[in-house]
Ligand binder design. Structure first.
Ligand code: COA
Length: 182
């Protein structure tokens, strides 16, 4: 039996323990340190987008949040989606980005890594969202994250993409969403 369980979260939940776990997860390079208001502000914007789906993992014994992830439907007009579409061109946008889910802020607290929590969280959130494929971006030098994604079914579809001046290069990753046969 795993020592954690996964539950959905929405804007109605208290964000404080979610943000605390996120800050621990993203405390070190190439991401952190990160300020609490960054995720608080981002959640207020993203939490109302179409298709918003979020999950947290809790320690079964202590109920402490060990990790989080969320996402929403990729739709024209969104900042991230439009930049990735420009980099991929119209044909790959139609194939990979239309009817897709944007995965954001996957983070596991440092004390709880390599127990399968991230894989379970991603599986849970993708099972709850409606799209047949998902995309995300991660810093091209985020070796731990890239190793995780490549080990769990994701593929790099645009390496070292530029989101503009001042941004580090990001790899864009894609994966299909498998659903059990009914
Ligand atoms: C990347 C991250 C989410 C992985 O979380 P996790 O719960 O430790 O991952 P899992 O236990 O589900 O890993 C599943 C498999 O992915 C691979 N993997 C995960 N982390 C890895 C690492 N640091 N190095 C190499 N492979 C790794 C392994 O194959 C692992 O299976 P194994 O432990 O049986 O070998 C976590 O390290 C993290 O929060 N990092 C900081 C935040 C971050 O960069 N997030 C990504 C934002 S895009």
């Amino acid at each position: 039996m795993p020592d954690f369980y996964i539950v959905p979260f929405t804007l109605r939940d208290d964000a404080t323990p979610i943000v605390a776990a996120w800050r621990d997860a993203f405390a070190e390079p190439p991401s952190g340190p990160r300020a609490a208001r960054e995720l608080n502000d981002q959640l207020l914007r993203h939490g109302t987008l179409p298709g918003f789906t979020g999950c947290v993992a809790r320690d079964t014994a202590t109920e402490r949040i060990q990790g989080m992830v969320y996402g929403f439907s990729n739709l024209p007009g969104q900042w991230w989606r439009d930049r990735v579409a420009q980099a991929m061109g119209p044909t790959r946008t139609q194939d990979l980005l239309d009817d897709s889910f944007c995965l954001m802020e996957l983070g596991i607290i440092r004390a709880a890594r390599r127990q399968g929590i991230a894989e379970a969280l991603v599986g849970a959130v993708l099972a709850q969202q409606p799209h047949p494929q998902a995309l995300l971006s991660t810093q091209s030098d985020n070796r731990g994250a890239l190793a995780f994604y490549l080990a769990t079914g994701w593929h790099v579809v645009a390496p070292r993409m530029s989101f503009g001046l001042g941004f580090a290069p990001y790899d864009i990753l894609w994966r299909p969403v498998m659903r059990p046969e009914r």
